[in-house]
Design a protein around this ligand. Structure first.
Ligand code: AMP
Ligand code: GLY
Length: 413
């Protein structure tokens, strides 16, 4: 029996635990801290900080730790576990800068010729404003340097909006801002499992980041996703040769080889794929649709990463499509009420990955903005969509909100 510990508390971590659960190895799976929904299926441990996780791992020596969220990686959890000789999936703190610092990522791409939007960065508010005042072409994209959960990005239509966004971002963070060219195209995500040297890419997936149908409204952490995205496969070789391979080489040359899951957020433009962002972990909700399609044993895949045997790995996939819809609390990503009971009809067939839920008097109640993801697999995207939207009617809580158009986007430039 091998002990596996998944770090994190969202739907992505629930999906990761389920992926381990589908392994043919005998695994004892725990999630830390997890949430009340995950606790219905897996053991959970109340570990909230890097120090607590490291202390627990030192004492219990799990056979594999999978680090879900970026914040622990940016705080150096993988370095600590590596120091203890505990196998873990997730990059070092230095390598996690590919996500934790947009400036690091943009400079790396510029230095190594990896296609991305042209950019300007500064730590100085006046310089940022001066730069915006000189621009003649809008929209422009303005981003905070540090981690912002997908919510630190402003797409501005004119100078006034640009200056307001700079002032807002500078007042929220002591870090710098990146101002970049707006990329026209369609967005898709690709994960690469890397042992530092070699990599294996997954099926493409597509997140729906905006709050409302038709990709309107504010950006969120993600309102739903589907995989695979067949039209993206045309670009796979370009993405691997022009983006993934060079960035992994670049990370080695910079002295911080990337071990773990590299998330490539891509824009397919009329000039081909360009990087919108790199993340240092699986995406949420993309993990909820990619992992259920994986036929390769997930524990074997993790072993290949930690044993530096990814070159010998070939991933196989179910010939199906998975669609996941996020059920959120109305008001998210702004303020919302919590504590509403969640009713799930026993006839529910779809799989659920729980996120913002808690337990009150033995009942599941809402406790976060993104409450849960519901997902269905079927032979085609249309069938998977039909299934998941039928199943959604079996889940109720007050103020529930979800997008009705997950998987309907036209992927056209
Ligand atoms: P990021 O946090 O960098 O992924 O940005 C969040 C979202 O903003 C992306 O998923 C895109 O939808 C959008 N975005 C970011 N950068 C650009 C860009 N340069 N051009 C167009 N859209 C962008
Ligand atoms: N789905 C976007 C992210 O995980 O960053």
């Amino acid at each position: 029996m091998k002990n596996v510990l998944v770090i994190g508390s969202g739907a992505r971590e629930h999906a990761i635990a389920k992926a381990f659960g589908a392994s043919h190895h005998e695994l004892c799976i725990a999630v830390a801290p997890g949430n009340a929904g995950i606790a219905q299926e897996f053991a959970t441990h109340e570990l909230g900080s890097v120090a607590e996780i490291v202390g627990y791992c030192e004492e219990n020596r799990p056979d594999m730790v999978f680090i879900g969220p970026e914040n622990f990686l940016a705080e150096g959890l993988a370095d600590e576990l590596n120091r203890l000789g505990i196998p873990c999936i997730g990059p070092s703190q230095k390598a996690a800068r590919i996500e934790s610092s947009k400036i690091f990522a943009k400079e790396l791409m510029q230095k190594y010729g990896i296609p991305t939007a042209s950019f300007f960065f500064t730590y100085d508010e006046n310089q940022a404003i001066e730069y915006i005042e000189k621009q003649g072409t809008f929209p422009l994209v303005i981003k905070a340097d540090g981690l912002a959960g997908g919510k630190g990005v402003h797409i501005v239509q004119d100078k006034l909006q640009g200056i307001q966004a700079v002032k807002l971002l500078m007042s929220q963070t002591s870090k710098g801002v990146v101002i970049e060219q707006y990329l026209q195209g369609w967005e898709v995500s690709l994960f690469a499992f890397s042992d530092g040297e070699d990599f294996c890419s997954t099926v493409f997936s597509q997140d729906h980041k905006q709050l409302y149908d038709g990709d309107q409204g504010p950006n969120t952490g993600g309102m739903g996703a589907y995989a695979p995205v067949p039209e993206a496969d045309f670009w796979r070789q370009d993405v691997e040769e022009q983006i993934i391979d060079p960035v992994l080489k670049a990370m080695r040359e910079e002295g911080c080889p990337f071990v773990g899951v590299l998330y490539c957020g891509l824009m397919i433009t009329s000039d081909g794929p360009k990087v919108v962002e790199f993340n240092c972990r699986l995406g949420d909700p993309e993990a909820q649709v990619v992992l259920p399609l994986l036929e390769t044993d997930f524990y074997d895949l993790c072993q290949a990463i930690v044993n530096k045997q990814v070159a010998q790995l070939k991933l196989s996939w179910k010939p199906e499509t998975c669609v996941a819809v996020v059920m959120a609390s109305r008001g998210y990503p702004g303020s919302f009420q919590k504590g509403y009971p969640i009713y799930i009809d026993p006839s529910l067939e779809a799989d659920i990955c729980f996120a913002g839920v808690a337990s009150k008097d033995g009942e599941l109640v809402t406790s976060g903005g993104r409450v849960l993801s519901v997902l269905s697999l079927a032979e085609s995207k249309e069938q998977a969509r039909d299934k998941v939207y039928k199943e959604l009617t079996k889940i109720h809580f007050q103020d529930r909100y979800f997008r009705k158009d997950i998987g309907l986007r036209d992927n056209e430039i």
